[in-house]
Design a binder for this molecule. Structure first.
Ligand SMILES: Nc1ncnc2c1ncn2[C@@H]1O[C@H](COP(=O)(O)OP(=O)(O)O)[C@@H](O)[C@H]1O
Ligand SMILES: [Mg+2]
Length: 405
């Protein structure tokens, strides 16, 4: 494999991480989703083409203080964006620098802990794929900002980190999202049903449709995920989310509010499309009793996901649901009612891990990126042609004993 011009950029010290075409490595994926619940980690041995073995899953919840800081960073990023002063992804207005540093530190601590644990289990992590935390995603302006500094993580953990994986796609006409489809395609190789749909319900909901061999996958953001419901529950009760959808189950859907929610423009845009956590407005339910407001938001979320069939070649035969939203029983029941056909099942029914699929995706994407294989396609992000991506950072000063320098 040719590493290309990046090879020349290395300052000194550590041997370059490289993989031959058919070689595997142990990779760690780190994902901090828009729900701000914490960082998910997954470790796999993979060749990025077809072979993979998932070796471990881990989660580190954020301290309330960190969560608050991220929330403020999202608000500051949005304010700067709306004021027109945020023009590139390296700017850190307001408290973004503080949040960047805090998130970098949590990523380093967590990565070290996971790597030490994996080493005890006999697996040496050689590559990290890091998502960071999105504080702004504005594909129409070509800007997406993920906090946590992959360069610093590489220096501190002493292994190669591939990060900032959305930017290259956006520079070439893509939405920079969704990125998990590359991994869904690998997983689908082990599933018999076609077409199969992966539905990830995180802060935002996104779908990946996979048809028969030779058909392009289709992937795009569906609409809101848990974000609107989480915000409402937090405001009304102080709880971080509506556990199991219990409150929503007690409410009655308000049809007028539902119509107003469903009329929002982003839902009617054809793919490729990707949404910021704040792309949707929950004000139509603002004056309803909390249970009714939640029931209405739940129905809205389910309908938005089911309506994605409008842009697909054929309705899926099976809807495999991942992400925290699959724990919301009311939402799952409503989704089953709304889909035109096919079964709606949580990922576990397919023996997949629904809480860590995105972290797994980042490990897989890192291996693919290292081999310069495509991670996005015209039919997943709208990018001009299949593209690889990611910013690569090698540790400049590797721990001497480990590297044998
Ligand atoms: N038991 C549960 N009942 C209802 N919702 C849940 C439950 N567990 C998690 N969630 C929802 O899942 C969200 C976290 O999902 P996750 O997939 O991690 O999203 P993200 O990728 O955006 O971080 C929580 O904010 C919450 O809304
Ligand atoms: Mg999460």
């Amino acid at each position: 494999m040719r590493v290309g011009k990046l090879e020349k950029d290395i300052v000194a010290g550590a041997p370059l991480m490289r993989l031959d075409e058919d070689e595997s490595c142990v990779a760690l994926g780190l994902m901090s989703g828009t729900s701000m619940d914490g960082i998910d980690a997954a470790v796999m041995e993979a060749d990025g083409v077809a072979r993979f073995e998932v070796l471990g899953h881990f989660h580190r919840p954020y301290e309330e203080e960190t969560r608050d800081l991220i929330r403020r960073a999202c608000a500051d990023a949005r304010a700067a964006h709306e004021a027109g002063t945020l023009t590139n992804r390296w700017q850190r207005p307001g408290c973004l620098m503080e949040a960047d540093e805090a998130l970098t530190k949590v990523h380093i601590d967590f990565a070290r802990e996971v790597m030490a644990e994996m080493e005890k289990r006999g697996h040496k992590v050689r590559l990290l794929g890091m998502h960071g935390h999105t504080v702004l995603h504005a594909p129409e302006k070509g800007i997406t900002i993920q906090l946590a500094d992959g360069d610093e993580v590489a220096q501190q953990v002493g292994e190669t980190v591939i990060w900032d994986m959305r930017a290259h796609d956006m520079e070439h006409g893509g939405q920079g999202a969704p990125l998990a489809p590359a991994w869904h395609m690998a997983l689908a190789q082990r599933l018999p049903m076609r077409p199969v749909m992966f539905v990830n319900i995180g802060g935002v909901a996104n779908v990946t449709w996979i048809g028969e061999e030779g058909e392009d996958p289709h992937a795009f953001d569906a609409g809101p995920g848990n974000a609107l419901m989480d915000d409402l529950v937090r405001e009304k009760t102080g709880a971080p989310f509506d556990r199991d959808g219990a409150l929503a189950a007690k409410g009655v859907v308000n049809e007028d509010a539902l119509r107003a929610l469903l009329a929002q423009a982003p839902l009617h845009a054809a793919p490729p499309r990707s949404f910021d956590r704040h792309a949707f407005d929950a004000s139509p339910v603002a004056d309803l009793p909390p249970e009714d407001a939640l029931a209405t938001l739940c129905r809205f979320t389910a309908k938005a996901i089911a309506q994605t069939v409008e842009w697909l070649p054929r309705p899926p035969e099976t809807w495999v649901v991942t992400g925290g939203g699959r724990h919301n029983r009311t939402l799952m029941a409503m989704l089953a009612e709304e889909v035109p056909q096919g079964a709606v099942v949580p990922a576990e029914v397919m023996e997949l891990n629904g809480d860590h699929m995105e972290a797994e995706a980042w490990a897989w994407l890192a291996v693919r990126a290292l081999k310069r294989l495509p991670i996005t396609w015209p039919s997943t992000t709208g990018v001009d042609r299949p593209r690889s991506g990611g910013v690569f950072t090698w540790p400049r000063f590797a721990p001497p004993m480990e590297k044998g320098v």
